[in-house]
Design a protein around this ligand. Structure first.
Ligand code: GAR
Length: 198
């Protein structure tokens, strides 16, 4: 029986690529990406989905608003419900989703964040870790709740910050850690090694 996931992203989709590559190599067991969704028509993540022969959907959203509005929320939910996924993966999805969205898919949404939460929530997290400066940062996968970047932490991967690191080198290290962590967490959720809430 397959474990159906939907990936939501707004940008280049390197984490979606890590998931899709691992799936294509047979490294993700029963995990099957059933669709890739984006809020931006020009997002490379949508092109990537095509390369992996996955259905992709763009739900155009107001680019000036950080939050999905009620119509946008309904549009996302309608597409998601069609696929009856076991898990929704926010991989670089830069819109804030509202409580109705979260309640409708309760306990089924995970988010990837580029810091060791609860440090550096919100935006520019890699830059903030570098300029703080802390010695260790990394990435986190957590359950999504209405409070931003605040849900229960599922797993994290740490990255050491060297004195010589720049935003570019540190970003590369964090992204490499993300590309390992996110597919690993999805696999462990699919096998039951990590339990769903409730
Ligand atoms: C990732 O670093 C992810 O942690 C971050 O966006 C990037 C997406 O990269 N997410 C957030 O900042 C969410 N608050 P990608 O499009 O190459 O996967």
């Amino acid at each position: 029986m397959s474990f159906k996931i939907i990936i939501l992203g707004s940008g280049r989709g390197s984490n979606a690529k890590a998931i899709l590559e691992a799936e294509a190599k047979g490294q993700l067991g029963e995990v099957s990406t059933v669709a890739v969704l984006s809020d931006k028509e020009e997002a490379p993540i949508l092109e990537l989905a095509k390369q992996f022969n996955k259905p992709s959907h763009c739900i155009l959203c107001n680019p000036r608003k950080a939050r999905l509005n009620p119509n946008e929320t309904t549009a996302f939910l309608e597409v998601i419900q069609e696929y009856q996924p076991d898990l929704i993966v926010l991989a670089g999805f830069m819109k804030i989703i509202d409580p109705h969205f979260i309640q409708s898919l309760e306990g089924k949404i995970i988010n990837l964040h580029p810091s060791l939460l609860p440090s550096f929530p919100g935006i520019n997290s890699i830059e903030s870790a570098l300029t703080f400066p802390v010695k260790v940062t990394g990435c986190t996968v957590h359950w999504v709740i209405p409070e931003i970047d605040a849900g229960t932490i599922i797993d994290q991967k740490a990255v050491t910050i060297e004195a010589s690191d720049t935003l570019e080198t540190l970003s590369k290290k964090v992204h490499t850690a993300e590309h390992q962590l996110l597919p690993e967490v999805i696999l462990r959720l699919s096998t039951g090694e990590i339990a769903f809430p409730n």
